[in-house]
Write a protein that binds this ligand. Structure first.
Ligand code: AMP
Ligand code: GLY
Length: 431
């Protein structure tokens, strides 16, 4: 098969492996290259033997040119905020991902807050603090202890949900003086603490139009019952019953639609994935907690199973500003992704433990195993990061999807494996 797209996926985590699998399943795609990806990702799933999957090392824009790819899809936020999409587009290669300026929606929380205010997007009331001298005055504007956020990218660690004013002051002071998070913390956003339930809403955007994907929910804490420290995400499920059709329509209109229009009006049209972290308040209102300018990890793992159509075509058309909106639709399936994390995660993840049982897990119907942090040493697959694998089960409903995900997850072993047993439990019919 010679016709079809050759797509370069930038990144090396579970999100990028899931995107590669979704792209390989796309009728329009012939070949996927991961840059750099990892060795454990190199197996073609059954039924896709006519497609090609490979890896490339090196600077992504240079690789895209050398490999003459038709499309670049950027996974993580850091290269986007540094301007990778601009660099790729300057070579005349379509790139799915926002420009450096548009990526400020995630790269600067102060930018995001000012943007929401300017365009009437519902979010927590906030005060931006630019120097330690302003801190006491800013804190005085809150009756309850505010949430403290470092302005810049902090790999998901720059948010302190303080329980007391002293804790908030101390966290903000450490950021403002550069003691915590370096330059990323030199501007701080203080914001009202919101109550409610969180949802991850993703839309594929071409600068003018948006295609909304099924709503997912993440489980950020390490332990069951949402206890213990925050992590990058211990599991996800979709479609989340928390957001019904009416609320989704409201989010599309009042959040996604306003971002698309607002960015275009501000002269920085947004191309790529807008991932809105939404807090659904007790009275059902969608407040934006944060914007991300890329797919969520591990949200992507379940989005790939709950949509059907042609992901490659959707991302190419979005990159070209030609999205139609019918490229993907809900598959009707339910999906659950259980993350298997390394011992010591999140404080001090241990690496190098031998992994077994993936082949047995993959024998279960409706199961995918996504590599997040693995590597091959002397022919043996070993752990190589905090989040090691994502085990995805899909099925006609959440009972089936969870049963498959956990049956598969129980077949995979490595020393000190950590996983939560309650992923997707909220979506079960009795809840
Ligand atoms: P962010 O990176 O801004 O989404 O923050 C990380 C996490 O902190 C979110 O997923 C929420 O759980 C929590 N959080 C952030 N902002 C607020 C807020 N205003 N009120 C309550 N919790 C928040
Ligand atoms: N799972 C949350 C994120 O990707 O930011």
């Amino acid at each position: 098969m010679n016709s079809g797209l050759k797509v370069l996926v930038v990144g090396s985590g579970g999100r990028e492996h899931a995107l590669a699998l979704g792209l390989l399943r796309s009728p329009s795609v012939r070949e996927v290259l991961l840059c750099p990806g990892s060795e454990g990702m190199m197996a073609l799933p059954p039924g896709l033997s006519d497609k090609k999957l490979g890896r490339a090392e090196g600077e992504p824009a240079a690789v895209a040119r050398a490999e003459q790819v038709d499309l670049v899809v950027v996974g993580p936020e850091v290269p986007l905020v540094r301007g990778l999409a601009d660099e790729v587009r300057a070579l005349g290669i379509p790139c799915y991902g926002p420009s450096r300026t548009a990526a400020q929606l995630e790269g600067s929380k102060a930018f995001m807050k000012e943007f929401c205010e300017r365009h009437g997007i519902l979010t927590a009331r906030a005060v931006i603090v630019r120097s330690p001298d302003e801190l006491d005055g800013a804190l005085a504007r809150f009756k309850e202890p505010p949430v403290v956020k470092a302005d810049g990218l902090c790999a998901g660690k720059g948010v302190v949900v303080a329980d007391t004013m002293d804790e908030a002051r101390d966290a903000a002071r450490r950021m403002l003086t550069g003691e915590a998070f370096g330059d990323a913390g030199k501007i701080v956003v203080l914001e009202e603490r919101l109550l409610g339930k969180e949802a991850s809403v993703h839309a594929i955007i071409d600068g003018k139009r948006a295609l909304t994907l099924p709503v997912a929910q993440d489980h950020k804490r390490i332990f069951e019952g949402d206890r213990g420290p925050n992590t990058g995400g211990m599991g996800t499920y979709a479609p989340a019953p928390l957001v019904g059709p009416e609320l989704l329509a409201e989010i599309e209109r009042e959040v996604i639609g306003r971002v698309v229009r607002g960015m275009a009006e501000d002269g920085v049209p947004f191309v790529g994935t807008l991932f809105a972290g939404i807090m659904v308040s007790p009275d059902g209102k969608p407040f934006v907690l944060e914007f991300n300018v890329r797919f969520g990890d591990p949200e992507t793992q379940v989005l790939m199973e709950t949509t059907r159509g042609d992901l490659g075509l959707a991302l190419l058309r979005a990159a070209r500003g030609e999205l139609v909106g019918n490229e993907l639709e809900p598959s009707g399936q339910s999906a659950v992704c259980v993350v298997l994390a390394a011992r010591g995660y999140p404080e001090s993840p241990q690496v190098g433990d031998a992994i077994s049982g993936i082949a047995e897990a993959l024998e279960i119907p409706g199961v995918q195993v996504v590599h997040a942090g693995t590597r091959v040493v002397d022919g043996q697959l070993v752990t190589a990061g905090g989040r090691v694998l994502g085990v995805v089960g899909s099925g006609a409903n959440f009972v089936e999807a969870r049963e498959r995900a956990y049956r598969a997850a129980d077949k995979i072993h490595f020393a000190g494996k950590q996983m939560r047993r309650d992923i997707g439990a909220q979506a079960l019919p009795q809840n």
